[in-house]
Design a protein around this ligand. Structure first.
Ligand code: GLU
Length: 511
C-alpha cells in the first residue's frame, strides 16, 4: 500500500454514493465486474449506496444488443452484489437508463451553449479528416483545432442555411491547467492547451458518454466515480464539464487495468474475459467474489488470500487500491475455486454439479431419486480434485460408464505383466467372499486379503484394481469408490479388466 496525502483520504464516516455504469454493447467483461464489486464493497463499508445505471446511448446495431442488459444483471446477481438503486429497482434519482434522459442532456448542452461554455461545431467529416491529415503530416498530435469555437452570427447562419448538421463541443479553457486529485493516482495536472474540445452532443441529438455520464453523476449525487484507468485521458474534460456547469466534480478513483500473466492487456488470448464464461465454466460466486476483490486491492496483511465476503467488506478501502496493474492469473483462480469447492456444503455442491453431469448425459435433466442419491455419493469423492464444476463429468465419468481400456500409464505400469492377472484374480476372490454390500471397510479388508493371497504388499493390488475400475492411475480413494460402484459392478469391471492384461513377451534367449 502506498501512502497518499491526507487530503485524498475520504472518511469512512462519509456515506459514499457510487455507481457502476455498464454499456450494453458487449457481454460484461471481468474487469467491469471487478469495478462493480469495488463499488459495492465501498458502499457496504461506508453504509452508502451502490447504484447501477445503463449507459445505452450507443445504439450502433453492430454493438448494442438488448441481451447484454440481462447478462449485466445476471453477473451482478451471481456475485451477490445487487445494486441498491438500478433500472430493475429504481431509486429517487432516476432514470437509470440513459436513453430515458435525452431531454435532460440536451437541456444541459443548451445551458452550456447559452453560457458560452460550449459551442456548435458545423465541421463536416471531410473537414475533420483534413485537419487530422494536416496535423499528422506536421507530426503534431491529432486534435480538433477549435476552428468553429468563435464563429460569428453570420457564419453560423450560413452553415445553418446550408443545412449543415452540428455537434456540440465543450469549450475547454485555452490557458492554464486542469487539476484534480485521484484517490489512486494522486494529484494530476494537465495543460489545457492539449485538452480537446470534446463532443458532448452528437449531430443526432444524442449525448456522448462524456455528457451523459457527467450529467448523471451530478444528478445522481455520485460522490466517488470508480472506473477503469483507461478513462483518465478524458478526466480533464469531465472536470471542466462539471466546473462549466458550476457543479462540484466527484472524487475520482481510477482503477488500474487488468493484465494477463505476460503483463499484456487481458484478452481472449489469455483465457475467458467475459464474466458469463466464468459462470458457465463453474467458478463459484464466492470464489469469483474473493478473486476479483484481490485484483488490485489487498487487505495489507501479508499473503492472506482466502477471504469471505464479510471479511473483505469489513477490510476494504479505496486507499488500498494499488496503482500497479492487476494480473489475472487463471491458475490462481482455479486453485482458489478448488478451495471453495472443498468448502462448499455437500448438498449445494451436488446441486451445482448436476447440470454439468446432465449435459454430459450421465444423469437425466430432471434427476430421478435414484440418480440424485447416486450423485450425492459420487460428488464428495470427485470434489477433492475438482478445480471448477465443468470438470465434474471428466472427473466422474467412470462412476457412470465402465472404462473400455486402461490409459497408457495404467497399461504400461499395471497391465503389462502376468502379475496383473494374479492380483485381479485374488481381488475378485476376496471380494466374492466379502459381504453383499461392499462397504468401505469390507472393500479395505478384501484388498488386504487379496494382497496376502497373492503374497504381495497391498500397494500393487490397489493400483491395479484402481486402473481396472476407473481406467486411470489417479482418482478418488479406492475403497470409497468401490463402495460407491457396488459389489456387482466391481466384479463385472474386474472381469473386463482381466482381458486387458498383455504381458510383455519374455526376452528370447540369445544363442
Ligand atoms: N459506460 C462506460 C463503460 O462501460 C462507463 C465508464 C464509467 O464508469 O464512467 O466503460
Amino acid at each position: 500500500m502506498h501512502i497518499r496525502p491526507e487530503a485524498y483520504v475520504y472518511s469512512t464516516r462519509m456515506k459514499l454514493r457510487v455507481r457502476y455504469a455498464p454499456s450494453p454493447t458487449g457481454s460484461p467483461h471481468v474487469g467491469n465486474l471487478r469495478t462493480a464489486l469495488f463499488d459495492w464493497l465501498i458502499a457496504r463499508r461506508t453504509g452508502g449506496t451502490f447504484i447501477a445505471r445503463l449507459e445505452d446511448t450507443d445504439r450502433d446495431p453492430a454493438r448494442y444488443k438488448p441481451q447484454f442488459i440481462g447478462e449485466i444483471a445476471e453477473s451482478l446477481r451471481y456475485l451477490g452484489i445487487e445494486p441498491d438503486e438500478w433500472w430493475e429497482s429504481p431509486g429517487e434519482f432516476g432514470a437509470y437508463l440513459q436513453s430515458d434522459r435525452l431531454d435532460r442532456y440536451r437541456e444541459v448542452a443548451e445551458q452550456l451553449i447559452a453560457s458560452g461554455k460550449a459551442y456548435r461545431c458545423y465541421c463536416t467529416r471531410e473537414e475533420l479528416q483534413a485537419i487530422r491529415e494536416e496535423q499528422i503530416a506536421k507530426g503534431l498530435p491529432t486534435s480538433y483545432d477549435r476552428r468553429h469555437r468563435h464563429l460569428t452570427t453570420e457564419e453560423r447562419e450560413n452553415f445553418e442555411a446550408e443545412g449543415r448538421s452540428f455537434v456540440v463541443r465543450l469549450a475547454i479553457p485555452l490557458e492554464g491547467c486542469t487539476e484534480y486529485d485521484d484517490l489512486v493516482y494522486g494529484h494530476i495536472s494537465v495543460e489545457n492547451r492539449v485538452v480537446e474540445d470534446v463532443v458532448l452532443l452528437k449531430s443526432t441529438g444524442w449525448p456522448t458518454y462524456h455528457l451523459a455520464a457527467m450529467v448523471d453523476d451530478h444528478d445522481m449525487q455520485i460522490t466517488h466515480v470508480i472506473r477503469g484507468e483507461d478513462w483518465m485521458p478524458s478526466t480533464p474534460q469531465h472536470v471542466q464539464l462539471h466546473r462549466s456547469m458550476g457543479w462540484t466534480p466527484p472524487v475520482w478513483v481510477h482503477v488500474p487495468l487488468i493484465l494477463g500473466t505476460d503483463r499484456k492487456k487481458l484478452s481472449k488470448r489469455h483465457g475467458s474475459t467475459q464474466f458469463l464464461d466464468f459462470i458457465r465454466e463453474g467458478y463459484l460466486p464466492e470464489a469469483m467474489f474473493n478473486f476479483l476483490a484481490l485484483l488490485g486491492w489487498s487487505p495489507g496483511e501479508g499473503d492472506r488470500e482466502i477471504m469471505s465476503a464479510e471479511e473483505i467488506s469489513s477490510a476494504f478501502s479505496l486507499e488500498a487500491i494499488s496503482r500497479n496493474p492487476a494480473v489475472l492469473d487463471y491458475d490462481k483462480l482455479r486453485w482458489m475455486n478448488g478451495e471453495y469447492i472443498r468448502k462448499c456444503e455437500p448438498d449445494r455442491l451436488v446441486q451445482l454439479c448436476v447440470p454439468y453431469l446432465a449435459r454430459a448425459g450421465f444423469v437425466s435433466e430432471s434427476v430421478s431419486e435414484d440418480e440424485a442419491a447416486y450423485v450425492a455419493k459420487v460428488v464428495p469423492l470427485i470434489a477433492e480434485r475438482m478445480k471448477c464444476l465443468s470438470e465434474a463429468p471428466a472427473q466422474a465419468d467412470f462412476f457412470f460408464r465402465a472404462p473400455q481400456a486402461p490409459d497408457d500409464k495404467g497399461r504400461k505400469k499395471w497391465f503389462s505383466s502376468g502379475r496383473a492377472t494374479l492380483l485381479l484374480e485374488s481381488a475378485r476372490g476376496a471380494i466374492m467372499r466379502s459381504s453383499d454390500s461392499l462397504t468401505i471397510e469390507a472393500a479395505e479388508q478384501a484388498i488386504d486379503e487379496a494382497a496376502k493371497a497373492a503374497g504381495v504388499e497391498r500397494g500393487p493390488v490397489i493400483h491395479t484394481l484402481r486402473t481396472a475400475l476407473t481406467g486411470r492411475t489417479v482418482g478418488p480413494g479406492l475403497f470409497e469408490l468401490m463402495a460407491v460402484l457396488g459389489r456387482d459392478e466391481v466384479l463385472s469391471r474386474i472381469a473386463t479388466a482381466l482381458t486387458w492384461v498383455q504381458p510383455e513377451p519374455e526376452p528370447s534367449e540369445t544363442v
